[in-house]
Ligand binder design. Structure first.
Ligand code: HEC
Length: 141
């Protein structure tokens, strides 16, 4: 055991540490790539879900809402709104806007037809079925 900390010891720690963590992160990346396809629920994407996502995008719902944490904080999280309220409530809600209730934040009416509303509900249902490790942490989003 040498008495002092030598240059070669420092180099070995540097190289050994680097190799260890590079392998470690490669392993994590491999693991993520492996589990993501099962977790992201992509097998259940169908025409309705895709149409619902399109409606979600062109109407800029994310400009006020978050979806699984992404978006604006003006209005409630909608990643789990299907579990929270159900499809019928969501459709009725969309039709009832704006509430004009004094003191409450308002949401516009997007004048969606029945077919578009069904697709939107399918999209929100699909979103709620993504395995997010139970995020958001409570049903209110
Ligand atoms: C201008 C901002 C704004 C936009 C854009 C918007 N919303 Fe909202 N939304 C709100 C607000 C504010 C509330 C809560 C109102 C309240 O509680 O009185 C809300 C509530 C909701 C709720 C009920 C949530 C719950 O937990 O009960 C749903 C469902 C919803 N929005 C869907 C949508 C969808 C779908 C879109 C896009 C088509 C959209 N919103 C676009 C402002 C917005």
């Amino acid at each position: 055991m040498p008495e002092s900390f030598t240059k070669s010891m420092a180099r070995n720690i540097y190289i050994g540490g680097s190799v260890f963590f590079i392998l470690f992160f490669l392993g994590l990346t491999y693991h993520t790539e492996k589990v993501l396809p099962e977790r992201d629920n992509r097998v259940n994407i169908n025409e309705q879900v895709a149409l619902g996502k399109h409606i979600w995008e062109v109407n800029n719902c994310i400009g006020c809402h978050t979806l699984l944490g992404e978006g604006a904080y003006y209005a409630p999280e909608l990643g789990n709104v299907y579990q929270r309220r159900g499809g019928e409530f969501i459709k009725a809600w969309m039709k009832a806007m704006p509430t004009n209730a004094p003191g409450r934040r308002q949401m516009p009416n997007f004048n969606l037809d029945e077919n578009q509303l069904d697709a939107l509900v399918e999209f929100l249902k699909w979103t709620g079925e993504i395995n997010t490790s139970n995020w958001p942490p409570n049903i209110e989003g």
